[in-house]
Design a protein around this ligand. Structure first.
Ligand SMILES: [Mn+2]
Length: 287
């Protein structure tokens, strides 16, 4: 077995239950519902209450909490995550964020990243895929909140219970050799994989063959989001949790308690217009 020297700040402490939530994309109503369904209470000020019953529950967002939703919901999402990130992490860490490709791209736009060449195509993409940019450009306070959250995002986390059970969490699927590594190339592979929109017509399992080829029949899970799916996709130790909330499907989470793994979902609540896309299914071996 490969020995990886783990960076302590990427290790999730044992003794907590972890609620690991897939791509939120501004589905704030669904995020609140999903957390409440896990026994958390949200008060009138939008703060998640810390009670004796919920003291040991931690939240991990798998990335892509922005974009695609409408501006009102995006604003609410950023404010909710920001408030609760600080609130829940006051005494000890209970709220963890993973960087998705949407956070990364929006950060590059709003920080005037010199390596981001602004071409007509880029400007078109900014409107079409990264609608949080325009919102942050006209709301400086919200932009500051986003920037604070961005600096708090990790690329990956690992929960290592024992030699038989662990879970590595990233935004995007990636080959095992990049997983939980700290070099620049590995980091970018954990945030984003090959584009589906640039490879239309190709089956997802052919586009990222490593994900099923490297799947193992064990409980050393790799849990990721990024690839909007019609439901939770689970093959051996590989699990995709992006269940297309903003596309009108569901928002899902995995729950880790000690060495057990379970799942839950809530439906899209129709409090905003859903986005549209055609699904390209992962682990779709029967055809
Ligand atoms: Mn993504």
């Amino acid at each position: 077995m490969q020995t990886v020297i783990l960076n302590r700040q990427n290790l999730l402490p044992l003794g907590h239950d972890y609620i690991i939530v897939g791509d939120v994309h501004g589905c704030i109503d669904e995020l609140k519902s999903l957390l409440m369904k896990q026994g958390l209470t949200i008060n009138n000020e939008g703060l998640i209450e810390i009670t004796p019953q919920t003291l040991h529950k931690s939240i991990v967002l798998l990335g892509d909490f922005i974009d695609k939703a409408n501006e009102e919901k995006l604003t609410e999402t950023i404010k909710f995550i920001h408030r609760n990130f600080h609130h829940l992490n006051q005494e000890k860490k209970r709220f963890y964020l993973i960087r998705g490709n949407h956070e990364e791209m929006v950060y590059r736009y709003i920080s005037n990243d010199p390596t981001l060449e602004i071409t007509p195509k880029r400007l078109e993409e900014k409107e079409k895929y990264y609608n949080t940019v325009a919102l942050l450009e006209k709301d400086d306070h919200l932009k500051q909140l986003f920037l604070e959250l961005y600096t708090e995002c990790a690329i990956w986390f690992k929960y290592a219970y024992n030699e038989d059970f662990s879970a590595t969490l990233t935004h995007a699927p990636c080959p095992v050799k990049y997983l939980a590594q700290s070099d620049k190339q590995s980091s970018s592979k954990m945030v984003k994989c090959i584009s589906r929109s640039k490879n239309k017509g190709m089956k997802l399992d052919d586009l990222i063959p490593y994900i099923h080829q490297e799947a193992q029949d064990n409980q050393h899970y790799h849990i990721f989001g990024h690839l909007s799916q019609p439901n939770i996709r689970h093959y051996k130790n590989k699990i995709c949790l992006d269940t297309s909330a903003i596309y009108g499907q569901t928002l899902s989470c995995a729950i880790i308690t000690k060495d057990s793994l379970s799942f839950d979902s809530v439906s899209f609540e129709c409090q905003q217009k859903k986005a549209s896309q055609t699904y390209n299914k992962l682990f779709d071996f029967h055809h």
